[in-house]
Design a protein around this ligand. Structure first.
Ligand code: WQD
Length: 343
């Protein structure tokens, strides 16, 4: 086995993990997926296997279990890990901070500990635009100051970035990249994989598609009195397949020895702000349907606007977002129809 070409993907059965696994395999990497299905389902990996046309190496492993994780490192020769495994519900993290600190940081430190022990050099970490908080200047660059986190979830992302930076500075041979995702949306064009939110979705696009499917009565647009062109919040919605390709570009960069410093950060967005209202209208037009919606109170903790300066990712990773927003919104609806058996 060519170890340089194998990537361990923790949380590989999740929304970003499945799409990234597909992109890595299509780019010629071998992938070892681990997941404990705490917020995903085994059927997600069936979707991946259908798309790539072969079996995916998989272990049902909780990354908080260091013994089980050590077994994965003993059995498989990989130089690179992409660490997705984490809880991600902002609101829940406010109610249960210890659950978030415990799971997200222990699993992450276990992975880093094993990377160090087994001398595996490359770590790719899933960070988030949430680290920028309510930014003073837009678009945000990687040099924009991080704001104090407003949730334990957001804090775990900031802490994890700092841990990676410190490990890269301290341990010989360690290299790290943090990708700061903006708002990932959409599904694979095959509609065989996509997002599977549990319960009532917090995020906008799953709520939209569930409303279109009749599962939710009406979409609430949180706030239309912001200081933005139409009064609703602005976000940078990045297609999940484009986001997956950014991981491949980052892994290429780490394994090809092109990193300029041992720890690097990249924004992964489109660079284009889209309002909530515009997204709803685009979804309706792209899919030829009408969505019941109403304006509601602002949601606490929401920032009025955030979008990415993508110059660094474009130049250094050689990556840019390509997929058309309407295609992305069509794929989101196709996926919802697929899982709900709607014709
Ligand atoms: C987008 C916009 C809402 C739902 C969060 C996390 C971030 C990342 C992605 C994930 C906002 C509005 C939403 C609804 C609405 N983490 N909205 N009605 O808040 O930008 O980012 O998810 O794992 O860390 O903070 O994304 O999709 O929740 O909201 O009007 O029913 O849609 O107010 O303006 P957000 P979102």
């Amino acid at each position: 086995m060519d170890s340089k070409k194998t990537v361990l993907v923790s949380g590989g059965a999740g929304y970003i993990g499945t799409h990234t696994t597909v992109a890595l395999i299509e780019a010629g990497y071998d992938v070892v997926v681990i997941d404990n299905f705490s917020n995903s389902e085994a059927s997600a990996l069936d979707g991946v296997e259908k798309i790539v046309g072969r079996k995916v190496v998989f272990g049902e492993i909780d990354t908080c279990d260091i013994k089980a994780l050590r077994g994965v490192f003993e059995r498989h020769a990989f130089d690179t890990v992409i660490h997705f495994a984490a809880y991600k519900a902002v609101g829940e993290s406010m109610d249960e901070p210890l659950k978030y600190y415990q799971n997200n940081l222990v699993s992450y430190m276990n992975v880093l500990e094993m990377m160090k022990e087994f001398k595996r050099p490359n770590v790719l970490f899933s960070s988030s635009a949430t680290v920028y908080g309510n930014a003073e200047e837009l678009p945000v660059t990687e040099e924009s100051p991080r704001q104090p986190a407003t949730s334990p979830y957001g804090n775990t992302k900031q802490i994890a970035e700092d841990i990676l930076r410190d490990c890269c500075a301290a341990y010989e041979g360690f290299r790290g990249i943090a990708l700061r995702y903006f708002n990932p949306i959409g599904a694979h064009p095959s509609a065989l994989i996509g997002e599977l939110p549990s319960g009532v979705p917090n995020n906008l696009v799953p709520f939209i598609t569930q409303t279109a499917a009749g599962i939710r009565q009406s979409l609430s647009i949180f706030g239309n009195d912001y200081n933005t062109p139409d009064g609703t919040c602005l976000r940078d919605y990045i297609d999940i397949n484009d986001l997956a390709r950014a991981h491949v570009a980052a892994v290429d960069r780490m394994t090809d020895g092109r990193m300029q410093t041992r720890y690097e950060i990249f924004n992964v967005g489109t660079g284009r702000p889209v309002s909530v209202l515009e997204l709803v209208t685009r979804f309706e037009k792209a899919n030829g349907l009408k969505l019941p919606y109403r304006f509601a109170e602002r949601r606490s903790g929401d920032v009025p606007a955030v979008w990415a300066d993508t110059a660094r990712a474009n130049k250094e990773l050689g990556w840019k977002a390509e997929r058309d927003l309407d295609d992305t919104l069509r794929s989101a609806w196709e996926w919802e129809k697929h899982i709900r058996h709607i014709q």
